[in-house]
Design a protein around this ligand. Structure first.
Ligand code: PMP
Length: 432
């Protein structure tokens, strides 16, 4: 049969790769024709709520008019131009806004294409900084277990070695240094004992490998893909002091947690310290176009600048793409003009009360909510394919992974729509 004779879905299944999918057994896949607000319209006209905010980024809903208008206007003026030797208002205006909302010490912005690339950039910055300071041996990284930082090589090397892809790519990945995930949960009382709060192990690891370690990278407060685990920010405050003592840079990957998702603008805002480098992505353009950035402080930036060769060795073709910059600026303006914190707090309160009954179900290990993140953790793995099978009937698109049935709803989700989502999650927790 020629490709011309295939239906759209048949063509997709025979020729297109999907994320983390078996190419010969791709599982149920929906053709989406249109999106608006919280809804996806499928090819049969059926509408489902996007309870995943399209992998956590679409916080103002699909096709937000302010974001799309900014992109339309920019498209007619300057859709793209190289950033080498050239600059433009969209990049500068977005930079001004980012400086307004991010931690004060982070003053230098590197725009790039995706979350994984922003992690690569962060790791490169750390290595180049250490080299510039005369520490040529410091090219490895420390991190916590259960972390996730992306699918490119260096990012993959600091993903959890068990749930990540280390076994598959053994020998090809850079060797890094892993310590247990921070053991004290966000809702638990902090214990000031290094033997119990994880900092004893962290100190031992960092001290044993100081000469090799350029940076300590982790997701602040919320580990996303590695288990939707929420931990105590005091761990980060004390890790900061430890990194300073040993000359190690602290890198926060806020790609999943940034822009209000946790109920604060950044998960860093739970802490009393700031990282040396931060990675932002996903919600940066509210899901309208791929974009990310890596921000750092003056110390790291001028350190790299003063070293040899002085120039920072990275520069993607689509760096600071103007369409992405205006989308991001429009999204950040919306985020700061509206009472985002109250909106997210209301979503959290409703999810807390509506997901609580799941705790009584036989296969449920835990129920937890932080900001607009709602999780039912099961005692077994949950099949995304089976969840997809129920999406049309529930009117809700959920894509569980690992043991977690979870939602990251768009912030514009109404209480009725949120009830539909939590009902769907309870159903999956009962039936899968
Ligand atoms: N870091 C974290 C914490 C993430 O959650 C993700 C994506 N899930 C990434 C990095 C990678 O981002 P991207 O998929 O845009 O490359």
């Amino acid at each position: 049969m020629s490709a011309d004779d295939l239906t759209q879905l048949e063509f997709d299944q025979q020729h297109l790769w999907h994320p983390y999918t078996n190419v010969t057994q791709p599982g149920p896949t929906f053709v989406v024709k249109e999106s608006q607000g919280v809804h996806l319209t499928l090819d049969d006209g059926c509408q489902v709520i996007d309870a995943m905010s399209s992998w956590w980024c679409m916080m103002h809903g699909h096709r937000n008019p302010r974001v799309t208008q900014a992109m339309h206007d920019q498209l007619d003026r300057l859709p793209h131009v190289m950033f080498g030797g050239l600059t433009h208002d969209p990049a500068i205006n977005l930079g001004r806004k980012l400086l307004e909302i991010t931690p004060d010490s982070l003053t230098r912005i590197f725009y790039c294409d995706s979350g994984s690339v922003s992690v690569e950039v962060a790791m490169k910055m750390a290595v180049q900084y250490q080299h510039a300071m005369g520490f040529e041996g410091r090219s490895q990284f420390a991190t916590v277990r259960s972390g996730y930082h992306g699918d490119t090589w260096k990012a993959m090397s600091v993903c959890d070695p068990d749930t990540g892809m280390h076994h598959l790519f053994q020998g090809a990945l850079s060797v890094q240094h892993f310590v247990s995930r921070p053991p004290i949960r966000l809702t638990e009382e902090w214990i000031d004992d290094p033997a119990r709060n994880g900092l004893g192990d962290l100190r031992a690891l960092l001290e044993a490998n100081t000469e090799q370690i350029a940076g300590f990278i982790l997701e602040p407060v919320v580990q996303g893909t590695g288990g939707m685990y929420f931990y105590h920010p005091e761990y980060l405050n004390q890790a900061r002091a430890l990194c300073d003592e040993l000359g190690i840079l602290l890198i926060f990957d806020e790609i999943a947690t940034g822009f209000g998702r946790t109920g604060k603008m950044f998960a860093t805002d739970f802490c009393s310290v700031e990282p040396d480098i931060i990675c932002l992505g996903k919600g940066l353009t509210a899901g309208h176009i791929s974009f990310a950035c890596t921000m750092t402080n003056d110390r790291v930036a001028t350190g790299i600048g003063g070293g040899n060769p002085g120039i920072f060795m990275h520069g993607p073709t689509y760096m600071a793409n103007p369409l992405a910059c205006v989308a991001a600026l429009a999204s950040l303006e919306l985020l700061t003009e509206q009472d985002t914190y109250a909106t997210v707090a209301a979503i959290a309160a409703q999810m807390r009360s509506q997901l609580e009954p799941a705790r009584a179900l036989p296969n449920v290990a835990d129920v937890r909510v932080l900001g607009a993140i709602g999780v039912i953790e099961m005692t077994h793995r949950v099949s995304a394919d089976q969840a997809h099978g129920l999406a049309r009937e529930m009117g809700v698109f959920l894509r569980p992974f690992g043991n977690n049935v979870y939602t990251m709803p768009p912030f514009i989700t109404t209480p009725d729509q949120l009830t539909q989502i939590t009902d769907g999650m309870l159903r999956l927790a009962r039936e899968l």
